[in-house]
Write a protein that binds this ligand. Structure first.
Ligand code: ARG
Length: 495
């Protein structure tokens, strides 16, 4: 007999209704968290004198077995893991004792607590993966501070830069993703348990104690808010979306750089596919999927936002519908970060190709205009006009093939105002161009090395933060285990 429905309801739903209603599939993600929460709750009930030693130990032993047997032995005709788990406990230890576990609690605070515990673990994993990705960027950037490549705006040749500068642009974006993820973690790791259905409970429970035993940073205070908000999910998937936008930009560059037209890199075979008909093809499918999966993650964000929009307080079953989107987005994002890391780490950089591409498109025009300004004192807008006219006159404007005549024009017109031939040559040299950009954030080799060192230090700090977060959770689970064994031992001694 269904322990949930037997009182109030008399007709059982058919399979079709149950399939519509059940969250059992998604609940696989929270089964372990649920067992942990049950243990913490039961220990707290004992400490508060709501259940006795004997009851506490029987329930804890029962929970141990339920946990070991796993979710697969639970009766899946129940609508969710929480009630199926309680039913199984009652089956093992009897209702007289097992029926006391749910005192002062509801599935509403239970599920919110479960999701937060399962999610925080994913966020820690994501933080580690993101930090690893940044380190990969740093390691490769370190090797390419002198690797000249064209920098683009509007996908048109713009100014010369280095591969290091480009990779560091990605690394800086990912660092902000780390900061956002840490923020999402902070707001996820708050304890809704003890809110019960929404109005808290008349039992003298201790929310501080379950907060401590479950490694939360704080009680999520207002009990009505605590059971009904999923804003931590929305925030998390927003972070994911931002991150995927950044990864999709990386993916797009890797795809472009791999084309015959660019020919800047070759992706490792592991991160490539081929064609079933065109034997010569080497396709960047992993990068394309990274670009494509960005849409999947945005979809999850819009789904969760739409599901949560305008829900009145407090718990509504609609909320159940949001959770699978969170997990799908989480899995997608974490694997995308790992793919990005692998692709960048193993790609083959074609330095020569990048270097020759930096000679086309008259990318030194800006520096030429700047040089004219510095040497002659004419306004930048005037220099911009002069160099623009040279570019227009050139057949295929290119820094080294730059029309001799045009050069002469500048020289003759401007030499009496202090512009030397050497200064012009320097201005037209991509290496010199980059060397001059020593301003903070610029691509000059020494400056980019400074940026690499500074970001490396930040990743070390992130590593420490992650360690601290993990230690806190580990020490909480030790506390939980200690309390658990203490109750088992005292009761066995008494028995
Ligand atoms: N499976 C539910 C969910 O994910 C658990 C909470 C159910 N609560 C309820 N009152 N029906 O939201």
């Amino acid at each position: 007999m269904n322990i949930l429905r037997r009182g109030r309801l008399s007709i059982e739903p058919d399979k079709d209704i149950m399939n519509f209603t059940s969250s059992m599939e998604a609940d696989k993600r929270i089964f372990d968290a649920d067992i942990e929460i049950d243990k913490a709750h039961v220990i707290m009930l004992r400490e508060q004198g709501i259940i006795n030693d004997h009851e506490c130990s029987i329930i804890l032993k029962g929970l141990e077995k339920v946990g070991k047997d796993g979710i697969s032995v639970l009766d899946d005709s129940y609508e969710d893991v929480h009630i199926a788990l309680e039913a199984r406990l009652i089956e093992i230890v009897g209702e007289d004792t097992g029926g006391r576990m749910h005192s002062g609690r509801s599935r509403n605070d239970e599920v919110a607590t479960c999701i937060r515990i399962a999610l925080r673990q994913e966020l820690i994993g994501l933080l580690e993966e993101l930090n690893r990705l940044i380190k990969t960027f740093l390691n490769i950037a370190e090797k390419h501070t002198d690797t000249i490549m064209p920098g683009l705006t509007h996908t048109q040749h713009a100014q010369p830069t280095t591969l290091s500068h480009n990779l560091m642009a990605h690394a800086n974006a990912i660092f902000r993703d780390i900061q956002r993820t840490k923020g999402a973690y902070e707001r996820t790791n708050q304890n809704p348990l003890g809110s019960a259905a929404f109005a808290s409970t008349g039992f003298p429970i201790s929310r501080e104690r379950t907060t401590e035993l479950l490694g939360f940073d704080a009680v999520l205070e207002n009990s009505m808010d605590a059971v009904s908000t999923r804003d931590f999910m929305i925030e998390t998937i927003s972070c994911y979306s931002n991150l995927m936008t950044n990864l999709s930009r990386l993916a797009e560059e890797l795809i472009m750089w791999s084309t015959s037209e660019f020919n800047f890199i070759e992706l490792d075979d592991r991160y490539s596919s081929t064609s079933s008909i065109m034997p010569q093809k080497k396709n960047p499918d992993i990068a394309e999927l990274m670009r494509g999966k960005t849409g999947t993650v945005y979809g999850a964000l819009v789904s969760v936002l739409t599901i949560c929009k305008a829900l009145p307080h407090s718990y509504n079953r609609d909320l159940q519908e949001a959770t699978p989107h969170l997990w799908r987005a989480t899995d997608t994002v974490r694997s995308a970060v790992r793919m990005a890391d692998g692709m960048v780490r193993t790609m083959n950089v074609k330095k020569g190709s990048m270097r020759s591409a930096a000679n086309i498109g008259f990318m030194t025009a800006t520096e030429l205009a700047d040089t004219i300004v510095r040497a002659t004192g004419i306004p930048f807008r005037t220099a911009h006009h002069i160099v623009g006219a040279i570019a227009k006159a050139g057949k295929t404007p290119s820094s080294i093939e730059l029309d001799e005549l045009s050069l002469k024009i500048i020289q003759e017109r401007l030499s009496d105002r202090g512009l030397s031939e050497d200064a012009i040559k320097d201005a037209l040299d991509p290496v010199e161009n980059i060397g001059k950009r020593t301003i903070e954030g610029g691509p000059a080799p020494l400056e980019i090395k400074r940026q690499i060192t500074s970001l490396r230090k930040k990743t070390e700090r992130v590593e420490n933060d992650i360690k601290q977060i993990q230690e806190k959770i580990i020490s909480a689970s030790r506390k939980l285990e200690d309390a658990y064994y203490q109750f088992l031992v005292t009761t066995i001694e008494k028995d």
